[in-house]
Ligand binder design. Sequence first.
Ligand SMILES: NC(=O)c1ccc[n+]([C@@H]2O[C@H](COP(=O)([O-])OP(=O)(O)OC[C@H]3O[C@@H](n4cnc5c(N)ncnc54)[C@H](O)[C@@H]3O)[C@@H](O)[C@H]2O)c1
Ligand SMILES: O=c1ccn([C@@H]2O[C@H](COP(=O)(O)OP(=O)(O)O[C@H]3O[C@H](CO)[C@@H](O)[C@H](O)[C@H]3O)[C@@H](O)[C@H]2O)c(=O)[nH]1
Length: 428
Amino acid sequence: MKIAIIGLGHVGLVTACCLVNWGHQVYGFDQDEKKVKQIKEGVPPFYEPALDQLLQDTLASEHFLVHSTLTEAISQCELILLAVGTPISTEGKLDLNQLWQALEDLVSLPILPPYLLIKSTVPPGTTTQIYHRLQDRVEDVICHPEFLRQGNAIEDFQHPNRLIFGLHHEDSQAVIQQLYHPFQKKSHLFQYCTPASAELIKLGANAFLATKISFINQMANFAEQVGANIEEISIGLGSDPRIGPQFLQAGLGYGGPCLPKDLTALSTLAESPLLASTTQINEQQPHFLLQRIESELGDLKGCPIALLGLTFKPNTNDLQASQAMYLAELLLQRGAIVQAYDPVIKDTPCKQLQLAQTIEDAIKGSKAVIIATDWEDFQQLDWSLLQRFRISNLFDGRNLFPYKRAQKLARIFRITYHSVGRPTIRVE
Ligand SMILES: NC(=O)c1ccc[n+]([C@@H]2O[C@H](COP(=O)([O-])OP(=O)(O)OC[C@H]3O[C@@H](n4cnc5c(N)ncnc54)[C@H](O)[C@@H]3O)[C@@H](O)[C@H]2O)c1
Ligand SMILES: O=c1ccn([C@@H]2O[C@H](COP(=O)(O)OP(=O)(O)O[C@H]3O[C@H](CO)[C@@H](O)[C@H](O)[C@H]3O)[C@@H](O)[C@H]2O)c(=O)[nH]1
């Protein structure tokens, strides 16, 4: 099929490369000329594992053409995928300005492809509003939300656990089957529903995941008070198939460009006290670790601290709504001198934050070490380094070390190990 993609951000670019891999011809367009130039040169404008090679292969195949005008991109296409950003506004609503701008640009064109699929996350009613705007010019406008995770985006796109389509006409299923031809024999993956349901499935999924995390974090805080261990509790809870083991990792809380934004949008729209609590618990979570650090180290003024990890999760260079960055800011507000190390971050908007080139440089001269993002590199942390640099407290804000392993390492290297919702391991 000939497909146009408007918006070549995380979703649009990964989608473009994967669709070419399935044999489609893709025409991409983004209003950001710098981004277009970079993509044409084979350089992804953001970090996503394996995307650089995939992009280069995709461009070499000549089945992905990146255009700097919308007209060029959509001429001769059978469908358009819209993947522009929908950030959160100051009123806690999804800001649809990019979407309305893209729509107006489309409306001004003499001919439109018959199908428009909305991949951007939008509030209920948006897809139908667009359909009414374009009704006499297209066959259907379909809400087709995206569920890929940053850091795992290619794998998620290629192996979806469900494909949701909010349609206005049942006939539209035929074009969807063509688009997703590799899954033709996996009919269980396809869910057809109303556009409003599809829009709410997307917001509901992220709100539910965020709530699951806040739930386990609240359990972790309580477990700490009663001497229980959240690692054991998560295993016990997750073994019930009705609960499931995923998203039960206690820590500093969730961040990133999606979970906080979509949760806030749904919470505002539905006026939901449950979702408002989810946000509140998440905002509090870094404060619990901060309190622990203060009770262990005392006044943090002038206290050198190593912070490992800045991104909102591993395998991304995204700092949006990062709980690690939030904790760094809290420490700086207390007067601590924060030396941070992150495998992919070489610069941050926070000028007071000192960035080290290596884990060793961050640790050297520090009084304590905090793990704030669960990068795999930190699992390989050499605890003898801590001992060598006379660090006696390790605060694991992501429960990166399984408890039994932490007990062993703490004993060998004589380190006090603090984590979230698990008893502190002290070595006499
Ligand atoms: N990032 C994710 O992991 C993820 C996953 C699932 C869903 N989503 C949702 O998908 C949508 C896109 O997310 P993203 O992370 O790719 O956003 P992004 O901000 O990285 O990319 C959006 C792109 O759209 C371009 N753009 C904006 N207005 C345009 C216009 N009028 N014409 C052409 N290009 C335009 C921007 O320049 C930008 O490159 C959002 O609604 C988001 O909530 C994101
Ligand atoms: O048990 C867990 C799992 C995750 N997190 C945190 O939750 C945040 C989000 O993680 P994740 O969902 O893996 O990352 P995203 O890339 O933000 O993906 C979410 O947001 C995307 C954008 O909407 C959706 O497409 C995905 O399905 C949805 O998982 C991160 O800060 C994680 O550290 C935890 O604290 N505990």
